[in-house]
Design a protein around this ligand. Structure first.
Ligand code: TXA
Ligand code: MG
Length: 346
């Protein structure tokens, strides 16, 4: 199959591209599109054979459910049984936006492979103009995981989708780089005290202003308990070379690079821009300075490592306030929990 990547922005006449995307989706095919978090790989969420193509194209385990994207508030009650008060408050505060909420699913409406056998479904209304326009033109719910091969960093540019899925899907709508850069926050509001299943740009602090106390289990706590967001148990965000976490400390980084070089190995460094000229890795990829920049740059930088001959990747960490917990959640997964200072074998 040939994969077309069509630029959709205000400078080109995009109507034909949207129409083509809608026709493909209606015909049970897959279309990748930008959201404000990462690119999604969409299929009509009521069409089971279309949704199955998502799992095949991504190489995704079939027990990992998909998020359903909607373009209007009214649609929600078609797919879920009960909309708790807390959910209404979060919808008012954060939709459209980078938030997925877990609801009790209405039986026999959505394709069974969307929910992977669970009695709940994750739903979100994205804020990206391309995603919203596509959803509104289609008038149907769209099941869409991140548009990467399973295990790889999520795509934040149209070209990332092409690298992973060329030949496997007919169309990528390319709306440029996504803004947020890490996937939506997933929160389960069906529980007595709401639980954040995946941290994202909508933070614990932001929820608590709207609905009171919420729980955010740490990475370790999530590993120990039964995984409630099934996707969280799989290897994620991993470049080909092993990733080690390292403090944002120039001296420690310089020593680490020296040690790796003494082993005859090459190193890629992911760090704030300010460290580029103070260190001597073989490849440097910027994470920017602020947490927002770090979130936006992270997946691009992890993917860029696969275009180098680096034997190891060093990635600098950040504190877990604000969007920092989402960044650290992704970084810890991409490193498989390895820290340079503790785990690198000299
Ligand atoms: O930002 C995003 O959320 C992007 C864009 C495309 O919208 N999508 C995305 O989808 O990240 P995906 O499939 O890569 O991640 C979905 C996560 C997985 O960890 C999955 O296990 C969890 O949400 N999830 C989906 N449905 C669930 C459910 N019913 N209960 C618990 N977790 C669920
Ligand atoms: Mg994903």
């Amino acid at each position: 199959m040939e994969t077309q990547r069509l630029i959709v922005d205000n400078n080109v006449d995009s109507e034909k591209s949207y129409a083509q995307a809608v026709d493909l989706l209606n015909a049970g095919e897959l279309v990748a599109f930008p959201t404000e978090t990462v690119y999604g790989l969409g299929a009509v969420a009521t069409n089971d054979s279309a949704v199955k193509k998502i799992y095949a194209a991504k190489g995704r385990p079939s027990d990992n459910p998909l998020i359903v994207h909607i373009g209007t508030f009214e649609e929600l009650e078609k797919y879920v049984n009960d909309i708790p008060d807390n959910a209404r408050k979060c919808m008012d505060a954060f939709w459209p936006g980078p938030l997925t909420m877990i609801f009790k699913v209405k039986p026999n409406v959505l394709a069974t492979s969307v929910t992977a056998g669970l009695d709940t479904v994750g739903i979100r209304m994205p804020e990206h103009p391309v995603a919203l326009k596509l959803l509104k033109m289609l008038g149907k719910p769209v099941a869409a995981p991140s548009a990467n091969r399973s295990g790889k960093p999520s795509p934040t540019e149209g070209i990332h989708v092409e690298q992973d899925l060329a030949g496997k899907i007919p169309l990528i709508l390319d709306g440029g780089a996504t803004g947020v850069g890490v996937e939506s926050t997933v929160i389960d509001l069906t529980l007595e005290t709401p639980v954040i299943l995946r941290p994202g740009a909508i933070t614990k602090e932001m929820f608590e202003k709207v609905i009171g106390p919420v729980k955010q289990p740490t990475h370790i706590e999530q590993k120990a308990g039964a995984p409630r967001a099934p996707g969280m148990k799989y290897t994620h965000y991993a470049p080909n070379a092993p990733v080690y976490l390292i403090e944002r400390d120039q001296q420690q980084i310089s020593q680490a690079i020296e040690t790796v070089h003494q082993q005859g190995q090459k190193v890629a460094l992911l760090a704030p821009q300010s460290l580029e000229h103070l260190t001597t890795p073989d490849w440097f990829f910027t994470l920017g300075e602020s947490k927002e920049e770090m979130a936006a740059n992270l997946f691009h930088a992890l993917r860029a490592c696969d275009l180098t001959e680096a034997d190891i990747v060093l990635a600098t960490v950040t504190s877990t306030d604000g969007v920092g917990s989402a960044i650290m959640n992704r970084l810890e997964k991409s490193a498989g929990g390895k820290w340079y200072a503790r785990d690198y074998q000299k």
